[in-house]
Write a protein that binds this ligand. Structure first.
Ligand SMILES: Cc1cc2nc3c(=O)[nH]c(=O)nc-3n(C[C@H](O)[C@H](O)[C@H](O)COP(=O)(O)O)c2cc1C
Length: 471
């Protein structure tokens, strides 16, 4: 069975870094191209608000429920380049019908575009921590025939059942974490394909494979025993990978620059992993010509690579930003900091120190705090028992008024706006400025030198695949 599995997974990189073009290129070449499912409702809505994005309009024609598309088309129209993007409802436990439609269609379109024109396999990546849009997102991806669903940044033990049910158009529910509550009235998010389709006929769907992204063999073992079913395989991500990282286990020491130190307890036990008898891929620092060989020797079926693809021509990062990063890599060194404060999720988050981006203290301090995308907001219970939403990166006084601790706001960055800006969809503010970029990358960034053309400061995703496979 493992012979039919891809050797290379091009990692799902949010927001929009794993673009449809990147995933399409990788899948076409016989490996697993993955699009990012993070914040797709916002990026899709903004693309519909830009001129020249007809491919999205075309992709929508393939969506099975025609009335849904008519409603979306009536709501979004191209704006002038200097105008700000219209606000889109922020995700919450009980989204409006409009938002649910946008989420489902956005995920459908992303997978559809990645699958277009070839017979290869395509995956979509979600973060477990971002719970509110999860059910509608998964349904949209399955409607487009996604082959793999990958989920990390949390404990996705309910996903096998949810995926199975959505494939059969059955109703699903997901308990939502409420800040500081362990046992209280559980808040449920729910999704019903039948009421979503509003009587239009339901297509037959194929169940995608589910790969859980884990940082340890312990979590992998736990997931195989879940009462909701086992994942079909794992991506085992080591802490030098880009994006969010699993924190070290227990209380952990920090380096002089405040970065987490991983110890013995964080080492992966490959024997325990192999004993699970499920396929696994290794991620984090395997993105060079020796990575695949090393992973195969450890019993993996292949590798998941992020950083090397993130800065390729086909990725979603703005071309000028990629060029700036690669020029900096080739002409020196870029520091990648494992920032334990930056992400509102509280997970360590890798930030590449690139001039003029939010890694710059002055640029960060100059940004007026605002929370208007809301993907990393947490639900909390108000004194009257109802649910409210807050994010440690929002204006400090708002967060504190909502019961948050002032110390939790220190050093927090607005990942939503910063990451969306990185793919050229940054909001234009009242003073005419545009949201600044935030660049995440794996520690491996400086290892990209052999791939970079010194004249153009660029390389292609196909070059990356050759580099990885010809070891
Ligand atoms: C720019 C960037 C963004 C990423 N975003 C995500 C993400 O949203 N979700 C996720 O599960 N992994 C994310 N990752 C991790 C990758 O999917 C992949 O596992 C990792 O990059 C592999 O390690 P490498 O960077 O050393 O190749 C991201 C990585 C990068 C470089």
């Amino acid at each position: 069975m493992t012979s039919s599995l891809p050797r290379i997974i091009q990692g799902g990189m949010g927001v929009g870094v794993s673009s449809t073009t990147l995933a399409n290129t990788v899948s076409k070449s016989g490996q697993l191209g993955v699009v990012s499912g993070t914040a797709l409702a916002i990026t899709f809505a903004r693309r519909l608000m830009q001129k020249g994005n007809e491919i999205y309009e075309e992709a929508m024609k393939h969506f099975p429920f025609k009335k849904t598309i008519e409603r979306i088309q009536a709501r979004f129209h191209p704006k002038e380049a200097h105008e700000p993007f219209r606000m889109v409802e922020m995700p919450s436990i009980h989204p409006s019908e409009d938002l649910n439609e946008l989420i489902v269609v956005a995920n459908f379109v992303e997978v559809h575009l990645a699958k277009k024109g070839h017979k290869g396999v395509v995956g979509i990546n979600f973060l477990e921590k971002i719970q509110f849009p999860t059910l509608a997102s998964i349904y949209g991806a399955i409607l487009a025939g996604v082959d793999y669903i990958l989920m990390g940044a949390g404990i996705p033990h309910r996903m096998p059942e949810i995926i199975r049910k959505l494939t059969k158009h059955e109703d699903v529910m997901l308990p939502i974490k409420i800040a500081q509550e362990t046992e209280h009235t559980i808040e449920m998010s729910s999704f019903s394909p039948l009421s979503f389709s509003k009587g239009e006929s339901l297509p037959e769907l194929k169940r995608p494979q589910f790969l859980a992204i884990v940082g340890s063999h312990t979590l992998a073992t736990y997931l195989t025993k879940s009462e909701f079913g086992s994942p079909d395989g794992f991506v085992v991500e080591l802490p030098i990978a880009g994006g969010h990282n699993a924190p070290p286990r227990g209380k952990y020491p920090l380096t002089e620059t405040g970065e987490p130190i991983y110890g013995e307890r964080d080492l992966v036990d490959f024997e325990a992993l192999r004993a699970l008898n499920l396929p696994f891929w290794l991620a984090g620092g395997f993105g060079d010509h020796t990575g695949l060989k090393k992973a195969l020797e450890l019993g993996a079926v292949g590798i998941q690579v992020g950083t090397a693809f993130a800065f390729s021509n086909e990725s979603g990062f703005e071309p000028e930003l990629k060029k700036q990063v690669l020029e900096q890599v080739l002409n020196g060194k870029v520091r990648v900091k494992t920032d334990i404060k930056a992400s509102p999720t509280g997970f360590p988050f890798k930030v590449a120190e690139i001039e003029g981006t939010l890694s710059d203290e002055t640029t960060y301090q100059a940004r007026k705090r605002i929370c208007d995308l809301g993907y990393l907001r947490e639900a909390y219970r108000k004194e009257n028992g109802s649910i409210g939403y807050r994010c440690p990166s929002e204006p400090v006084e708002d967060y504190v008024r909502k019961g948050g601790k002032v110390e939790d706001t220190v050093g927090r960055k607005c990942l939503c706006n910063g990451l969306v800006a990185g793919i050229g969809l940054g909001q234009i503010r009242k003073d005419g400025s545009t949201e600044k970029h935030l660049v995440t990358s794996g520690d491996y960034l400086n290892g990209l030198k052999p791939l970079i053309d010194p004249k153009t400061y660029s390389y292609s995703a196909t070059q990356v695949l050759h580099y990885l496979l010809n070891s």
